[in-house]
Design a protein around this ligand. Structure first.
Ligand code: NAG
Ligand code: NAG
Ligand code: NAG
Length: 422
């Protein structure tokens, strides 16, 4: 296999752009009230392949980039929110089109009810909107510093049955979607943080968590030399779809090994009903594409790897290769790159570590899934393709900063130093 050109460029960039980290000398200890950023660990659950955000000293909340707010079961006695509060109107603006409208019995005074969706099963429910306190660490971008209690966070109660299909230990779901009630917006508003958040999903289990950040950069991962991930990202616009709190990308096409995959690029846009489009979801284990896009992608990847010994297919994948026949590189198996071509000629490049899933000792499968001909979204970029990627959601400017893999710059999402600094 020929050397991977983009990879060499990437490593070159890592060496050229090294600037010494700013000296901490003379900095006074930051009181939590003026923290500029917060950090929380992200853990991958082995049995569900879902990612959880750890809040309130080790309570795992399923990370949901498409969810409008945080929800979890409440004790019988809990606070409620009046129906005429702004938060109640905000919660009501994201009723999933797949869920029935809320029908609440008349009460006086009226307590607000929120509509909820399980991000994995799509099951709908409703329960009281409430106020909770979130405990999270402040960070200077290198270590957690102090613990912060954020009170009065608008969230929702949920019936315990809505936790079905989520990790057994899950306390609830943390919606990080594009909504004024999502955790990033509420934390930014309450603590006067910069309106952005970042996620870096780990590829392995609980012993090596990734990280989520809320607020201002820098965001350092241990590396030699250390660098601020936020300073390295490529930006692409985030599109809005009214009534959907998910984040959408403006994509132009897909490519395998430098050649465009043949399909109608129009399918990547929204249709008149608001269906279609390219979104990102950590609740979907593998990137899922409509059949009309999946089939040509699979064919292109099959063609580009035609010299490699095949293995029997393993569900839900369409193509499996004999992994003993694949070279290994710093960015995973040396297989043809898959590119998501974005607005402005920018590419999200997917290397072997994010395109091939090892299913047994000898078999690695092309980790993309057929969503069927009628999938609501044209492409949903899923968790496996996001592992060890750094994603910075700039809410104020509605853009996504991304580094498609940290492996090429010799670090991983599990390299944030969670030892409390002084
Ligand atoms: C946060 O709340 C917990 C539980 O009420 C309390 O023990 C802790 O001292 C509080 N921390 C801060 C920094 O206020
Ligand atoms: C993006 O990918 C396409 C297909 O591989 C390629 O033709 C194009 O040059 C790439 N653009 C950049 C900026 O690398
Ligand atoms: C992690 O942070 C702690 C606290 O600042 C520091 O003592 C330790 O050396 C750091 N670990 C590494 C590997 O840099």
């Amino acid at each position: 296999m020929t050397p991977n050109h983009s990879l060499l460029v990437f490593i070159g960039a890592a060496l050229t752009f090294f600037t010494p980290p700013p000296s901490a000398a003379g900095a006074s200890t930051t009181p939590s009230a003026s923290a500029k950023a917060l950090v929380a660990p992200i853990t991958k659950d082995a049995s569900t392949s879902l990612y959880t955000l750890s809040l309130n000293a080790n309570q795992p909340f399923v990370l949901d980039l498409t969810g409008p707010f945080l929800w979890s079961p409440c004790p019988p006695k809990h606070r409620t929110v009046p129906c005429d509060a702004t938060a109640c109107a905000a919660a009501g603006s994201f009723l999933s089109p797949h869920c029935p409208p809320i029908t609440v019995a008349y009460e006086n005074p009226c307590a607000c009810t929120a509509s909820l969706t399980n991000p994995v099963t799509g099951a709908c429910s409703f329960d009281d909107l409430t106020l909770s306190t979130i405990t999270i660490s402040a960070t200077d971008g290198r270590n957690p510093t102090s613990t912060v209690n954020v009170s009065g966070v608008v969230s929702s109660c949920a019936p315990k049955s809505l936790l079905i299909s989520l990790p057994k230990t899950a306390a609830g779901v943390a919606g990080l979607g594009r909504s004024g009630l999502a955790l990033p917006s509420q934390l930014a508003a309450k603590l006067s943080l910069k309106k952005q958040f970042a996620i870096c999903l780990p590829s392995s289990g609980a012993s090596a968590p990734g990280a989520a950040f809320f607020g201002s950069e820098p965001f350092y991962f241990l590396a030699a030399p250390p660098f601020d991930d936020a300073a390295r990202v490529t930006y692409t616009p985030l599109l809005k779809q009214p009534a959907s709190p998910a984040y959408y990308l403006k994509a132009k096409g897909l490519a395998v090994n430098g050649a465009a995959v043949p399909f109608l690029a129009r399918m990547l846009e929204f249709d008149s009903l608001g269906h279609g489009g390219v979104t990102i979801s950590t609740a979907v284990p593998y990137t899922t594409l409509r059949s009309h896009i999946y089939r040509p992608l699979l064919a292109a990847f099959g063609e580009a790897t035609r010299g490699v010994r095949r293995k029997p297919r393993v569900e839900p994948f369409g193509l499996c290769l004999d992994s003993r026949a694949l070279p290994t590189t710093r960015v995973g198996y040396g297989v043809p790159q898959v590119e998501l071509m974005l607005e402005g000629g920018k590419n999200w490049t997917i290397f072997g570590a994010n395109s091939m899933k090892q299913v047994d000792e000898e078999t690695a499968c092309f980790a993309f899934v057929d969503g069927g001909p009628k999938a609501e979204r044209a492409v949903v970029v899923g968790g496996y393709q996001l592992e060890n990627s750094f994603l910075l959601f700039d809410l104020a400017r509605s853009r996504l900063g991304f580094l498609s893999t940290l492996l090429g710059i010799m670090t991983t999402c599990s390299n944030f130093n969670f030892t409390v600094g002084v």
